[in-house]
Design a protein around this ligand. Structure first.
Ligand SMILES: Nc1nc2c(ncn2[C@@H]2O[C@H](COP(=O)(O)OP(=O)(O)OP(=O)(O)O)[C@@H](O)[C@H]2O)c(=O)[nH]1
Ligand SMILES: [Mg+2]
Length: 335
């Protein structure tokens, strides 16, 4: 390393709960950890059960909350045991330059572990990004997804008063699990490029303020959408709301400016096109935080839940098959 060369950036992915472990493992396998253009990525796994762990995951990368075996989709079930361990989890797996916290929002474990970790990371002011996979295919998944998003909203606006920057993806017939998984892998790689410390003119403090936008813009800390956009045009913007802060990676000969003026933009120059080739993205590309997305997601989930409630209310109770003439023994046998 010459005196001008900066130390390579580090990214840690906290993969929480079943979906976190599954997708984190995929990210781990394709991690560009030997490529100097990317930050060094390290995936750690945190769950209440062993059932999603793969045999090639190293024991030292795993934190199992002992004595439990899943939460059975009930978020309240292990909340106490989980919150007791959060500090120990962060002692075991110390935060680095960027901390990405990944889980489903629909299960009972990852959806509690991940926001608990995020709350603690933000309390200590560590750069943090959440990747959250929602689901509205059952009542329980919808309820859990909504409450998980509400948890992040509370953490951001009230409890920590720090933005929770989240990339939200929802499993569905149109966006199947493998497609979601692929998108997560791509985003993690793109974030490793952004936090590599190899981009000219982009300092750690720039990235810190990109995430802590309340320090440089008129926006207040909130649950905030993160979107990776190659071609920032009117169509891509209509879905994500108002732009808050933008980090852009480009090449020395490609102008990074936008057709509209954001409140703040941080630009870094990647050297050579190998990195953007690997990501299959054309420079300039933008990491955009914006104030849209979650109001619509919450409205969608509320609609699903309301429809299911109406169905429940309209349901006729099926009569049992026993009649008052039937006599059961102490253990319930009708003879
Ligand atoms: N995209 C994607 N979604 C997954 C994957 N595995 C599980 N899910 C989704 O995650 C949700 C279920 O949550 P899990 O993460 O398995 O639950 P958990 O956090 O382990 O919690 P419990 O098992 O209830 O203790 C559902 O919406 C699943 O569709 C995966 O590999 N990829
Ligand atoms: Mg599980």
């Amino acid at each position: 390393m010459t005196t001008h060369e900066r130390e390579r950036g580090r990214v840690r992915l906290y993969a929480c709960g079943g979906a976190g472990v599954n997708v984190g493992h995929k990210v781990d396998r394709v991690a560009q950890s030997n490529d100097e253009a990317f930050a060094q990525l390290d995936v750690v796994y945190i769950d209440t059960s062993k059932s999603n762990l793969h045999s090639d995951i190293k024991a030292e990368s795993v934190y199992l909350i002992d004595g439990l075996d899943g939460s059975g989709q009930v978020r309240r079930e292990n909340h106490g045991a989980i919150s007791e361990r959060v500090r120990d989890i962060l002692q075991t797996f110390k935060p680095v330059d960027l901390n990405i916290v990944l889980s489903s929002a629909g299960g009972g474990s990852g959806s509690v572990i991940a926001p608990s970790i995020v709350s603690e990371l933000l309390a200590k002011d560590y750069p943090t990004i959440v990747i959250c996979v929602g689901d509205d295919s059952t009542k329980k998944y919808s309820e859990n997804t909504l409450n998980t998003l509400k948890s992040y909203d509370q953490i951001a606006s009230t409890v920590r008063q720090q933005p929770v920057i989240m990339s939200y993806l929802q499993n569905s017939a149109d966006m199947t699990r493998p497609v979601v998984d692929q998108r997560v892998q791509h985003l993690v790689a793109a974030l490793c490029l952004l936090f590599s410390r190899r981009n000219r003119e982009l300092d750690s403090k720039d990235l810190y303020n990109w995430l802590h936008y309340q320090k440089v813009t008129s926006y207040k800390p909130a649950l905030t959408a993160l979107t990776l956009i190659e071609d920032l045009n009117a169509t891509s913007l209509s879905k994500i709301g108002n732009l808050i802060s933008i980090a852009t990676l480009t090449m020395p000969d490609v102008d990074p400016s936008l057709s509209l003026r954001p409140e703040v933009q941080y630009v870094g120059y990647i050297e050579g096109d190998t990195a953007s080739d690997k990501l299959n993205m054309l420079a300039p590309f933008h990491y955009v935080t914006s104030d849209g997305v979650f109001a619509e997601v919450a409205a969608g989930l509320n609609t699903v839940l309301r429809e299911l409630e109406e169905q429940t209310a309209a349901r006729l109770n099926k009569a049992g098959i026993s009649t008052s003439a039937d006599q059961a023994t102490d253990t319930g046998l009708v003879l």
